[in-house]
Design a binder for this molecule. Sequence first.
Ligand SMILES: [Zn+2]
Length: 348
Amino acid sequence: MQHPAERPVLAVDLGGTQIRAALVTPDLVVHCRRATESRDEAGVDVVISRIVDITAAVRDDAVRRGLPAPIAIGIAAPGPLDPWRGIVLDPPNLLDWRNVPLADEVAAALEMPTILERDTNVAVTAEWRYGAARGTRNAVYITVSTGIGGGVINEGRLLVGDHGGAGEVGHVGVEIDGPICGCGGIGHVEAIASGTALARDGRALLKSKGSEGLARLATTGIEVDAELVARAASLGDNACAALLERAWVAIGAMCASLVNLLDPEVIVIGGGIAEHSPRLFEVVRDELRRRALPTLRDRVRIEPASLGGDVSLIGSLPIVNERIGDPAYRREPQASRMAITQQGAPHS
Ligand SMILES: [Zn+2]
């Protein structure tokens, strides 16, 4: 490790459906783990108060158990966000979030310095420092689940970009006339290969009576999602198999573009869909052979992620320890903009 992390952090992972929090110690043990629903439909203030409550509960648990005190709070949140000002900008995965000063709100409520980073940047940092990309200087991390996200390590540093938005690999264009993405762009890989896109295309197949397998599985009360499409494909449904194959080719095309652009040593692929799709890795390797520059494609490794669902907690450990002394990132406790109500600790 180039920069050994020295102090524990209170790590928070804010997702569209769930908030998770834990104390992460430098030996990478995740202590006092808690989770609660995000309830973003209830509004920004409610979500923030739930983050504050669950983080306070973890902190209290850690004190009771005699664990070492955290140096600060690290929040992993959906992008786009501004990591320097600690502001969540306008994430498609959180309802009605526009320019929310999340780091300042949490710092004020819990009276601890707080650092905010995009969830996928936290994840790539974890895989690079401790996981499948360990020991490399140039690495890409891709998560394939409900959406497609990622992060880039370039020359031994997290690639942040001019506005904090670098590494949004899900919005790489792979079809010039392709479907419209959730972000409004055309032909992005997320619009073709994400869980959301597979569910959409599966529903269309069902509606057009294009898949007998889906029709058999999608009985009353069962919704078509990416998992059902995958199940139909595994039971021999050709239309669903073709849908998945097209998605994996789109991810392979994106990976080829990333190889040509960034010349990484390794591309690490994780996320709920990737974990259950060994065929994805075969197709990505095939597409690299078809689409990437010969001198680069023969050297790049394609690896499954190794840290599982905890990447977005564990990655806050090195990020917080590195940035805590950097006034460009560190958000100090100040008076709260919002009146945050403490509603008691959520259950784990
Ligand atoms: Zn997009």
